[in-house]
Design a protein around this ligand. Structure first.
Ligand SMILES: Nc1ncnc2c1ncn2[C@@H]1O[C@H](COP(=O)(O)OP(=O)(O)OP(=O)(O)O)[C@@H](O)[C@H]1O
Ligand SMILES: [Mg+2]
Length: 392
């Protein structure tokens, strides 16, 4: 007897716990991309408001999207593993994929989404996933797939943030994945693939979501700037795109924060100013750096110039400390920017090695809780050591 033949071959209502899709309200009104009522959109964070609704809306990752589209077109979806750094579109891609396969209305029956906010210990894997996986869609293929091509004959189980799952739960998944492959596909999403059990990895087709390219981030940032009517200088957009370091979520969050900070407060008493009459400040490069809390380039240039040209250690220390206080900079951020800057200088290899190796050790010590003032002294020491080597 087949593994799932033992269970009733009809679809039971999916367990409510953990299911985040809802088609209940579909009839009540239009729903937005994030599957929320349109009225809620105004107060939505932009990361949700602009979450890609379809696979075509996902920026970057062309190769991955092309492959996944091919899988779906040929109705041969393997188990998927998407991994990569935060804010690169893993969750959005899989939600768009589910929508493409089943359409908005059928997602409730066909998709089980479990993420780190749900309990995903061994009990859930044994019970909830098993119950969901072992029931077969009696309407599968054709019939009620309104707006979609023939409904796929399998259900989708999305395990988001799977690196946070317990080890035993991951172990239990192995057999379940094999047992129910006939009517279920698993999609595992994680930030770090090394935190997943190798046996799970080998059961999935892996896709690595690399940090987004600046051009890909710019596409969405530009769209949001136009749609939300953000007043921002072109240089500020450049800085935003560069500083978000491949993380689209960060880019959108910073943009929204800067937009909000450039909006004047509404008068407390008295009538509210209408949206169209609000006069906003323009977002500048400085606003962006302040919001991200990255040291502004001119401060770093000041520090570097002083360190390279002044042999008096006390005055070097004074310069850094004064700038730290005046601009509110943290040593860890200074080290990161400083190492990017020194790496571009044209110096002897010995000098560069002293600098990079020294800064790396200091960064490690700062992260481990080393004292700011002592380590600031160490930065001065490392850079000056390198400078001394230059003339030899
Ligand atoms: N490739 C992308 N194209 C368009 N928007 C994106 C992309 N990547 C991220 N975003 C935006 O960033 C938000 C967060 O993306 P998403 O939730 O998909 O990230 P994630 O890769 O799942 O990150 P995490 O690992 O932190 O869960 C989305 O709501 C969307 O607005
Ligand atoms: Mg995610």
């Amino acid at each position: 007897m087949s593994d799932y033949g033992e269970d009733m071959d009809v679809d039971v209502p999916a367990p409510s716990n953990g299911i985040t899709f809802s088609s209940d309200n579909a009839a009540k009104g239009k729903r937005s991309a994030a599957n929320l009522p349109v009225e809620a959109e105004d107060s939505l964070p932009w990361v949700e408001k602009y979450r890609p609704a379809t696979l075509a809306d996902v920026s970057g990752h062309q190769d991955i999207l092309a492959t996944i589209n091919k899988f779906v077109d040929s109705n041969r979806l393997p188990h998927l593993l998407l991994y990569g750094p935060p804010g690169t579109g893993k969750t959005s891609t899989i939600l768009a994929l589910a929508r493409r396969i089943y359409g908005n209305e059928n997602m409730r029956q066909m998709v089980l989404e479990l993420n780190a906010s749900d309990d995903r210990g061994i009990d859930v894997v044994r019970e909830q996933i098993k119950t969901f996986a072992s029931t077969k869609q009696i309407f599968s293929r054709g019939g009620f797939g309104r707006g979609t091509a023939a409904l796929a004959g399998f259900k989708l189980i999305i395990l988001d943030e799977a690196d946070a799952m317990t080890n035993t739960a991951q172990m239990a998944l192995r057999r379940i994945m094999e047992k129910y492959t006939a009517n279920t596909r698993f999609c595992i999403i994680a930030n770090y693939s090394h935190k997943l059990s190798p046996a799970l990895l080998s059961r999935c087709t892996r896709f690595r979501f690399s940090p987004l390219k600046e051009a890909d981030i710019r596409v969405l940032v530009d769209k949001v700037i136009v749609e939300e009517d953000v007043k921002i200088l072109p240089e500020a957009t450049d800085a935003l795109v560069k500083l978000s370091k491949g993380d689209m979520r960060r880019a959108l969050n910073v943009l929204q924060a800067c937009h909000a900070s450039s909006t004047p407060l509404q008068p407390r008493d008295g009538p509210k100013i209408a949206e169209k009459n609000i006069v906003r400040d323009t977002v500048t490069v400085e606003t962006i750096y302040n919001c991200i809390a990255a040291p502004p380039p001119d401060a770093i240039q000041d520090i570097l110039r002083t360190l390279l040209t002044t042999s008096d250690i006390t005055s070097c220390l004074n310069t850094i400390n004064t700038l730290k206080v005046a601009r509110g900079l943290a040593l860890a951020d200074i080290i990161t920017s400083l190492s990017e800057e020194v790496a571009q200088l044209n110096v002897k290899p010995e000098v560069m090695i002293t600098w990079l190796d020294g800064l790396a050790s200091i960064e490690h010590r700062v992260a481990g809780g080393g004292s700011e003032s002592v380590q600031t002294g160490a930065v001065v020491g490392v850079i000056r050591n390198g400078v001394e080597l230059m003339d030899q």
